[in-house]
Design a protein around this ligand. Structure first.
Ligand code: 5GP
Ligand code: MG
Length: 263
């Protein structure tokens, strides 16, 4: 049996999983392996929540406590609402429920604001980071809309480094002339990306251009940008999850997590 895995009084296979001791107590957890899964060979300390959930889905194990899943201590409600953090992630900054509640509120506001607009609203999700936010938001809109995407890259971008040179990798398909456009972006940092996009779209003679951003890091702003809909203001830390990545990892976490600074 893998180190850390034990047998409980009831005979269940258990694996005690604790985060590194330098993390907050509230993030410590204990994970009971469902009876269907043989814990030998599984290293839970190296397993992210995504993999854990994939493993459960692949074995048709429902995401509830009925198979003996539980987490104890601190703010953790259940192992499934908050999958385990890996050694790279410092803390959950915004949990999945809070994100969904805020997306509901933003959608309600957008529905009100565009209620009297003629024509079909064009939602433009900025790939890749906003794909989950765009998917959740558009499904809560009652105003007529179409979904489009654009892909940009910051020239010279490596890992979490951003640069002022924004490059268009893939353009939208919709014709924007005389139409209302709502740009959907995952996070606003220096402002370079949105500033570029707003300027670019305005040359296409749309009826209007507005912006919805899930996360805003106001302390990092270099270029002032007007944002019409903001999900959450966050401090100057690198975040992942809910579409956001670090070197393509962590995009499918259901929450927003803060990473430890990369050395
Ligand atoms: P800006 O052009 O405003 O400096 O940067 C915007 C882009 O930088 C975002 O669309 C996102 O791709 C990336 N970015 C900025 N901060 C973060 C962060 O904390 N986490 C991740 N994953 N991406 C970020
Ligand atoms: Mg982005």
């Amino acid at each position: 049996m893998e180190s850390g895995a034990t047998m409980s009084d009831s005979g269940e296979n258990q694996s005690d999983v604790e985060n590194r001791s330098d993390r907050s107590d509230s993030l410590q957890y204990r994970c009971i392996v469902p009876p269907k899964i043989d814990p030998s060979g599984l290293d839970f300390l190296d397993m992210t929540g995504e993999y854990l959930l994939c493993l459960m889905h692949s074995q048709n194990i429902p995401e509830d406590a009925s198979y003996g899943w539980s987490l104890r201590g601190g703010r953790m409600k259940s192992s499934l609402a908050i999958p385990p953090l890996t050694k790279d992630l410092a803390q959950v900054l915004i949990d999945a429920d809070s994100i969904q509640r805020r997306v509901d509120e933003l959608a309600r506001q957008i529905n009100q604001d565009y209620a009297d607009c003629t024509g079909t609203l064009i939602l433009v999700g900025v790939l890749k980071g906003s794909f989950i936010f765009t998917a959740d938001l558009c499904r809560k809109l009652t105003v007529p809309h179409v979904v489009d995407f654009i892909a940009l890259s910051s020239y010279g971008k490596t890992g979490d480094q951003q640069s002022a040179n924004v490059r268009l990798l893939m353009d939208t398909r919709e014709n924007m002339e005389d139409r209302h456009v709502l740009i959907i972006e995952d996070i606003l940092d220096s402002g370079n990306t949105l500033d570029y996009l707003i300027r670019n779209f305005k040359t296409r003679r749309p009826a209007s251009v507005k912006t919805a951003v899930l996360l805003d890091k106001p302390d990092r702003r270099v270029v002032p940008v007007h944002i019409d809909y903001v999900g959450f203001e966050i401090p100057d830390v690198w975040v992942v999850g809910y579409g956001l990545d670090y070197a393509e990892r962590y995009r499918t976490l259901p929450y927003i997590a803060e990473m430890y600074p990369v050395k």
